[in-house]
Design a protein around this ligand. Structure first.
Ligand code: BES
Ligand code: ZN
Length: 939
């Protein structure tokens, strides 16, 4: 394995237990930074950073404490108002803090002062920074990542979000040939050659908006770009938009740029929010711990979430890039202009911004039902899993050891659900009023979740006190219902009850509609019931006959819904057929599939004809004459193994995988001719449009549906005839399609085929052609190696949460990752050996997070193999985590998440998983990040 550069010392817990930080310990700053100017002198192997901080009095008593990571910074000089300071007298350095006593700031007069100038100079070494936090090198360029606590690896500073300061002048100096592009936050105010220093140049950036240090960013590199201008509509400000990458990727930046324009328009239309600087820059980098980062005026993106062209990107790639560009753009108001007081408030910016990007994507896709299905699916597979395991926490956590561990699915996705509930309870206009008041009150400041709630409440004269419990309650609540129809009173009674980890009942919006039990007609349209007590009965009078309720429409609250009907499956079948709520129609179908898959897994026959219900629902969905192809496609896809696993007390990943496969085959066999006919119909419809790759919702949906059908058709490979037919069909699609989505879907089916010579020959020919056509395009080569996009179904039932595995490992699998997944899909027994061999591959490195996640996280998400008998998979993962922890703790702790839910497996599996956790816990040194995850896992 190739390790780039030297290795960086990582903050570790040697003998002392790492410190736990509590939300209740928040204190305002007695002294803070009002404004700051910096100078970066970037030279290979030695970069110096000068900072001039204007220190002003804050709130309360105490000293000035500057954060600075001892392992990253070498202090060269420090002075106060021009006077050199003496260590041990004027300042003290202890661990990762530099303290200047208040008496030193107050001076002889012991008086209040208006401001002091504190100057420091430190040396840092970006070239050996493998943590990818602070200033580091990605390929040939320098870039920064400061959220949550990376700025303290660049300079001494009160590195907390409530210190908002104006970064007046940030000067960057570097070699002009190697680093022709120098970027910073805000607007560029100066640039030129460095006099007397041949070959060097500089640029100075200035950001007029006060911001916390986590939004700081600089970039220096040899970059190409695409650009355009955008004129804001409210005030006609002309903004230069520019997206940068390494020069060879410039042709793939257009989609990100177009997405940025759409995001800017959307925020103006929906929230009246306008951009506020003259430039908006985005830089794509290949080494990045996260997906993307919203630094003020200078976003940094993982290349995996930036680059796209029709030859290399699938429809999902395009959609995801648009939504991430939107997300980071929306942070400009929800995060940057109004930020978090402390990190416990993270959901204030992330939950809200995820909600906003979800709505944006729904609008862009022209289908909120499709978007909702995708989002709820992800929530249930990952957030419910997290909430049921040892990392469970409320969306506003009470404590942390390493903040990096709390960028979780709970804070993000459940946080977005909480915002959505405000919207449901207050209505569109009420929600908008709340947002307006929030900005009116808090623009330019660092606030709390309570401030957000108050703005929502005050703008609507609503009492949201009880609703506030959502911020402090962990775990997934359960809502139970039972129903009664009183014929004489013509009244339907719906009783709802709730259970949660909160002592007091939560305020839960439950959207309900009623369908006539005979005709399926909707007799009561969607109504939002407000469940505020432990148990409550809601009456629906004036009904002439029996009705069937459709409950929790649109997934109106992040809860588990439990019914009490005697014949649940019949009800689901009915709702799957007639519900006018698109989301619930889909949901009922999913329940049917799940029920059948579980019965198959347990080898039991149901008395309630589950199979018949499933067949009927499938057939009806397939026969729909609609052009809402995406909804149709999602109705035909069975639930993922990870979301089904959430419903089991003890999970046998191997058995679950097999049962799902068996049900799929039985459906494919039963409806073979109908599936084939629909497939052919879609094929001709596509041919008639001339083969152009359009990215509108109908075109995307048509491809989605056709590829789902292809997957069913290709699941039949029992006999030589079946294999021949399947491989021929997939090969046909492969050869006749231009766009990556269809080509890749066809290839995905082909790579899992083996047997007869003709079948193998087709598969290999397709792989060869795919490779040749790539002509060296790295992203296509990645897909060639990976060979399969549909890993979603087997992915990561255990990882307590990893945005990144979600965002990259699945779809941006590079060749290393998917060599593995291809094997996994073919269900070969030697996956682990292949993965071990790939770790030794010269192109594998633990220092690139995408690559590492690709191979290692994909393997640990490949449940049937990761959990194979003998525990070898766990052992392998444990060893990798141990190595990775020395380089990049953010990454190692995420990977550790795959081991912590040992309680839900068989005793034998659980014991081996736990043993690996224990080994990691005993490791010295261990990073704070990993320590927190393994020690929670062992509890
Ligand atoms: N602020 C985050 C990026 C971040 C998270 C940086 C944690 C450092 C630590 C950014 O806005 C974000 O949320 N990015 C997501 C993608 C987004 C579309 C949900 C990510 O990087 O996973
Ligand atoms: Zn974010």
């Amino acid at each position: 394995m190739a390790l780039r550069g030297g290795s960086d010392a990582v903050a570790v817990a040697e003998t002392t237990t790492p410190r736990e930080i509590f939300r209740s310990d928040y204190r305002p700053l007695p002294y803070r930074v009002g404004s700051v100017s910096m100078n970066f002198d970037i030279r290979d192997g030695k970069t110096t950073v000068e900072s001039e901080l204007t220190i002003v009095p804050g709130v309360g008593e105490g000293d000035l404490v500057l954060d600075g990571e001892a392992d990253a910074l070498t202090l060269l000089s420090i002075s106060l108002d021009g006077k050199t300071m003496i260590e041990g007298v004027d300042y003290f350095v202890e661990g990762d803090a530099l303290t200047i006593p208040s008496r030193v700031l107050l001076g002889n007069e012991n008086d209040d002062f208006a401001s002091r100038k504190l100057r420091t100079m430190v040396e840092i070494v970006p070239e050996t920074n493998t943590q990818l936090s602070g200033l580091y090198k990605s390929g040939k360029m320098y870039c920064t990542q400061c959220e949550a606590m990376g700025f303290r690896r660049i300079t001494y500073y009160p590195d907390r979000p409530d210190n908002m300061a104006v970064f007046e002048r940030v000067r960057i100096e570097a070699d002009a040939d190697l680093y022709p592009v120098l970027l910073g936050n805000g607007n560029k105010v100066e640039c030129g050659k460095v006099e007397g220093d041949e070959g060097r140049h500089y640029a100075t950036w200035s950001d007029p908006y006060p911001k916390p240090s986590y939004l700081f960013c600089i970039v220096a590199g040899n970059l190409g770009s695409v650009s355009s201008t955008y004129t804001t509509r409210p005030s006609g400000r002309e903004v230069r938009l520019e997206v940068y990458s390494e020069p060879e990727n410039v042709s793939k930046l257009g989609h990100a740029l177009a997405s940025l324009r759409k995001s800017m328009m959307w925020d103006e239309d929906e929230f009246g929010l306008e951009y506020d600087l003259d430039v908006y820059n985005i830089v794509a980098v290949s080494d990045f711990n996260m997906g993307a980062m919203e630094n003020k005026g200078l976003n940094v993106f993982n290349t995996a979430l930036t680059l796209a062209d029709p030859r290399s990107a699938t429809d999902s790639d395009y959609e995801r890039i648009e939504s991430v560009v939107g997300h980071e753009y929306f942070h400009n108001w929800t995060g940057n202009r109004v930020t978090c007081r402390d990190w416990f408030q993270l959901t204030l910016k992330e939950g809200l911004t995820v909600y906003r990007d979800q709505e944006f994507s729904g609008d862009m896709m022209n289908s909120h039902a499709v978007k909702r299905i995708e989002d709820v699916n992800a929530l249930r597979a990952r957030q419910f899993a997290e909430d049921a395991g040892p990392m469970s926490h409320p969306i506003r956590p009470e404590s942390y050891i390493s903040m990096d561990n709390f960028y979780t699915s709970t804070v993000y996705s459940k946080g977005a659900e909480v915002i959505r509930m405000y919207r449901t309870l207050l209505g569109k206009d009420g929600f908008r009023r709340g947002m307006d008041l929030y900005f009116e009150r808090h623009d330019g400041s660092a606030v709390t979740c309570d401030d957000f709630l108050s703005a929502m409440a005050d703008a609507n004269r609503a009492d949201l006190t009880q609703f506030g419990l959502w911020y402090s309650t962990s775990g997934t609540p359960t809502v139970k219902y039972f129903t009664k129809y009183d014929e004489s009173a013509k009244t339907f009674h719906l009783t709802l009850s709730q259970e949660s980890n909160s002592d007091k009942p939560l305020h839960i919006p439950v959207a309900v509609g009623l369908l006539d039990k005979v005709s399926g007609r909707e007799v009561v349209p969607t109504k939002v019931l407000e469940l505020k007590e432990k148990e409550q009965t809601f009456d629906f009078p004036g009904l002439d006959g029996e009705v069937l309720p459709s409950i929790l429409r649109g997934f109106s609250a992040p809860v588990k819904l439990v019914g009490s009907s005697a014949d649940e499956e019949k009800d689901w079948a009915f709702l799957a057929a007639y519900d006018s709520d698109g989301y619930n129609r889909w949901e009922s179908g999913q329940k049917l599939y799940t029920s059948l898959i579980f019965q198959t897994m347990r080898g039991v026959q149901s008395e309630s004809n589950t199979m018949e219900h499933v067949y009927e629902a499938f057939q009806r969905t397939l026969a729909l004459d609609t052009d809402d192809y995406s909804i149709q496609a999602y109705g035909l896809i069975m639930p993922s193994e990870s979301s089904m696993a959430e419903e089991l007390d003890v999970v046998d990943p191997v058995a679950l995988h097999k049962a799902r496969g068996d049900v799929k085959k039985s459906i494919a066999r039963k409806f073979h001719s109908e599936i084939r006919a629909k497939y052919d119909e879609l094929t001709s419809a596509m041919k008639s449009t001339g083969g152009e790759i359009k990215l509108d919702a109908t075109s995307i949906g048509r491809r989605r549906l056709r590829n789902v059908l292809l997957d069913y058709l290709c699941s039949l490979k029992e006999t030589p005839e079946e294999r021949e037919a399947a491989s021929e069909l997939a090969m046909n699609q492969f050869q006749s399609s231009f766009g990556m989505t269809d080509r890749y879907a066809a290839l995905s089916c082909l790579v899992s085929m083996g047997g007869e010579e003709s079948v193998v020959a087709r598969r290999d020919a397709a792989l060869q052609k795919f490779y040749n056509d790539a002509e060296g395009d790295a992203l296509v080569i990645d897909k060639w190696f990976s060979g399969k996009e549909a890993v979603l179904n087997v992915f990561c039932p255990d990882a307590y949460f990893d945005h990144l595995t979600y965002f990259f490992a699945l779809r941006y699998l590079n060749h290393l990752e998917m060599c593995t997944a291809v094997q996994a899909m073919s269900d070969l027994p030697d996956v682990l050996d292949k993965v071990k061999a790939l770790v030794e591959h010269p192109e594998f490195t633990l220092t690139n997070p995408n690559r590492c996640r690709s191979l290692i996280s994909v393997f640990s998400g490949n449940a049937a193999h990761f959990h194979a008998d003998g525990g070898e998979g766990y052992k392998f993962l444990g060893e990798i985590i141990a190595k990775s922890d020395k380089l990049n703790p953010q990454l190692s702790s995420r990977m550790g998440g795959a081991l912590i839910r040992w309680k839900r497996y068989s005793e034998e599996r659980g014991a081996s998983m736990k043993a690996e956790l224990q080994k990691l816990a005993d490791m010295k040194p261990i990073s704070n990040d990993l320590f927190e995850v393994v020690s929670r896992g062992l509890k």
